[in-house]
Design a protein. Structure first.
Length: 117
């Protein structure tokens, strides 16, 4: 499975932005899919994931209530709707997937999100 992320850009604080991640190759039927991010000078951090079996979502505290993760019915694409963006949301966002519950073993390329104040 390959992951292709897109949708990053430059926005102002308070704006919204949508990211998408398409899974290609063989059909993904693993554990979860979602997003991590890495801000300049900081470690990569968890943002949100969706359980592939039941659709349950998980969010980091910093984005809960502002970001919404969903997937399409064909289970090939996940969407991250980001609203009320803050400058601290500025980061490279990575689409990730976990084939099993043990680790995130599939990573897509990053997409830059920049939020100006």
């Amino acid at each position: 499975v390959q992951l292709q992320a897109c949708g990053g850009g430059l926005v102002q604080a308070g704006d919204f932005l949508n990211l998408s991640c398409v899974a290609s190759g063989r059909t993904f039927s693993g554990h979860v899919m979602g997003w991590f991010r890495q801000a300049p000078g900081k470690e990569r951090e968890f943002v949100s994931t969706i359980n592939w079996a039941d659709g349950r979502t998980s969010y980091a505290g910093a984005v809960k209530g502002r970001f919404t993760l969903s997937r399409d019915n064909a289970k090939t694409t996940v969407f991250l709707q980001m609203s009320s963006l803050k400058p601290e949301d500025t980061a490279v966002y990575y689409c990730v997937a976990a084939s099993t519950s043990r680790s995130y073993d599939i990573w897509g390329q990053g997409t830059q999100v920049t939020v100006s104040s």
